[in-house]
Design a protein around this ligand. Structure first.
Ligand SMILES: N[C@@H](CCC(=O)N[C@@H](CS)C(=O)NCC(=O)O)C(=O)O
Length: 203
């Protein structure tokens, strides 16, 4: 299996999930600017050009981070990364995966846009992102993880995206429950090893 990634971006969650599931994989770095990897043209591998992408041993390619996370969890049920089909808890994890993907991740992506100036980004952060951080902080004030006591793939994705605000000068250090969640996540071997594999470290 090969995981296509770029350091510090949204492939980190897939890597965390693969490690939680005890899966081995090769990491292939994608250069966003040139859309190439050491293997050559990335667009030939993944025409959407996004990471993460997971190339399976049979040559099939899975894309869309939230779906890759579900695939890893479902292929490794003994790892308990996603509650059983049909349970309410499973839909709680799916709600969070969707929220992180469509609201938080894509909201944060605005802050990295080369097409917007600093003042516009600040207005967007104040008007759009603050309420999301408040919501997440509120949830985590009574829950160690998205599901309460149990870790799931939603935590990997949430951790991944919540690691971005400091990179775009958004200070979320005042959200005490988010801060504790990030610290809790960084105690996990899967998180530390994934960061290290991407050439990053726990801040
Ligand atoms: N819909 C995709 C979006 C993934 C995505 O936005 N990936 C970003 C990195 S976090 C990317 O590949 N950007 C490439 C680029 O900006 O050139 C998913 O949810 O997996």
């Amino acid at each position: 299996m090969k995981l296509y990634y770029s350091p510090g971006s949204c492939g980190l969650a897939s890597q965390i999930a693969l490690r939680e599931a005890g899966q081995t994989y090769d990491l292939i770095k994608v250069d966003f600017k040139t859309k190439t990897t050491a293997e050559g043209d990335y667009l030939k591998i993944s025409p959407k050009g996004f990471i993460p992408a997971l190339k399976l041993d049979d040559g099939d390619l899975l894309t869309e981070g939230a779906v890759i996370l579900q695939w890893i969890a479902d292929k490794n049920p003994e790892s308990n990364l996603l509650p059983a089909f049909g349970t309410r808890e499973r839909y709680t994890v799916l709600e969070w995966l969707n929220f992180v993907a469509s609201d938080l991740h894509k909201g944060m992506a605005v802050m990295f846009s080369p097409f917007l100036d600093g003042a516009t980004k600040k207005r967007f952060a104040d008007g759009n992102l603050t309420s999301k951080f408040e919501y997440i902080d509120g949830h985590l004030s009574t829950n160690d993880y998205v599901l309460g006591a149990k870790f799931s793939v939603a935590d990997a994705y949430l951790y991944n995206v919540l690691s971005w605000p400091p990179r775009v000068n958004i200070d979320i250090s005042g959200y005490a429950s988010i801060r504790k969640f990030m610290n809790r996540m960084e105690q996990r071997t899967s998180v530390r090893e994934s960061l290290e594999a991407e050439g990053l470290s726990v801040s």
